[in-house]
Design a protein around this ligand. Structure first.
Ligand code: G4P
Length: 283
């Protein structure tokens, strides 16, 4: 788990690093967590990346709600943003990403071909907030375990390219950007998925948020998983009841940790915490 402390100096350094590297790449691969298509994005992404072609990759699809992700794909599709769903742990990701890169850059490739210029290998850099799976994806694309000089924004060193195949190369240093941590709701969502450290937010608040979210959108899963739960009660009452039922006596901290772990481990099924309908156009 990441230990980045984001101070204004780190943020401008991270931003500068990404922007310096933009000129070396054909397109940017923006990696987000499919459980948080919006909340796991950097709030200044569009400003930072500017006009560079973007591929928005929703990772961890194995954990996310397929119906909601489909809505996000349609949403971004309408904006002309190409999206790709992956599980970075799977080998099929390599072909998926290479194909998407070619699709994204097809107009440019064609233009070059018409002028008699042979298409060169496409180059990209992977950017995203901590924990979205950048290292996992880079290792998968490089086909070997590479040491990502991660978790310290602004690390600069000699440019190196990791070769995926004849069509795709990736910059060896990912762009690590910060989440929208000033937004309390975003913080709760990041905490519930395990994207930020547990001690950053009170676990009782994370649990109440999670319980409420599942109560609203996936009540049948709660009923199935926590036998005897009474969803007509308020969250604090449910917590008291469930803590007792689970045999934790009055150890509520134990229940918070238990509940959050069950959600993170996907024991309550696949979920997505950002919904297109909640998004008031702020992306
Ligand atoms: P980062 O570089 O962006 O910070 O993220 P990193 O690759 O370290 O991935 C963060 C966590 O997410 C890792 O789990 C990693 O295994 C997991 N992960 C990455 N991609 C996927 C995916 O598509 N599906 C699922 N289910 N998990 C994914 P970890 O618990 O921190 O480590 P470990 O379980 O790999 O030991």
């Amino acid at each position: 788990m990441t230990t980045i402390q984001w101070f204004p100096g780190h943020m401008s350094k991270a931003r500068r690093q990404v922007q310096e590297n933009l000129k070396f790449v054909d397109f940017v691969t923006i990696l987000v967590d499919a459980r948080l298509p919006l909340s796991s994005q950097n709030p200044m992404l569009n400003k930072i990346v500017g006009d560079k072609p973007k591929l928005l990759v929703l990772n961890k699809v194995d954990l996310a709600d397929p119906a909601i992700i489909k809505e996000w794909q349609e949403y971004y599709g309408k904006q002309g943003i190409l999206t790709l769903l992956i599980n970075a742990k799977e080998q099929s990701t390599v072909k998926k990403l290479t194909d998407a890169a070619k699709r994204l850059m097809s107009a440019k490739i064609e233009r070059l071909q018409k002028r008699g210029i042979k298409r060169e290998t496409l180059r990209t850099m992977i950017i995203g907030i901590p924990n979205v799976g950048k290292s996992t994806l880079m290792n998968r694309l490089a086909g070997k375990k590479i040491a990502v000089v991660g978790n310290k924004p602004g690390v600069t060193k000699g440019q190196q390219w990791l070769r995926t195949n004849k069509d795709l190369e990736i910059l060896d240093t990912p762009g690590i950007l910060w989440p929208k941590f000033e937004d309390q709701l975003v913080g709760l969502k990041l905490a519930l998925t395990g994207a930020i450290k547990d001690n950053l937010l009170p676990m009782d608040e994370v649990t109440i948020f999670g319980l409420n979210y599942f109560k609203t959108y996936y009540p049948e899963r709660l009923l199935e998983h926590f036998k005897g739960i009474d969803l007509s009660e308020d969250e604090p009452d449910i917590i008291m009841e469930m803590t007792k039922k689970l045999g934790f006596r009055d150890d509520y901290d134990r229940f918070y940790n238990f509940f959050v772990k069950e959600v993170r481990d996907g024991k309550l099924g696949r979920y997505t915490l950002d919904r297109v309908s909640d998004n008031n156009g702020n992306d």
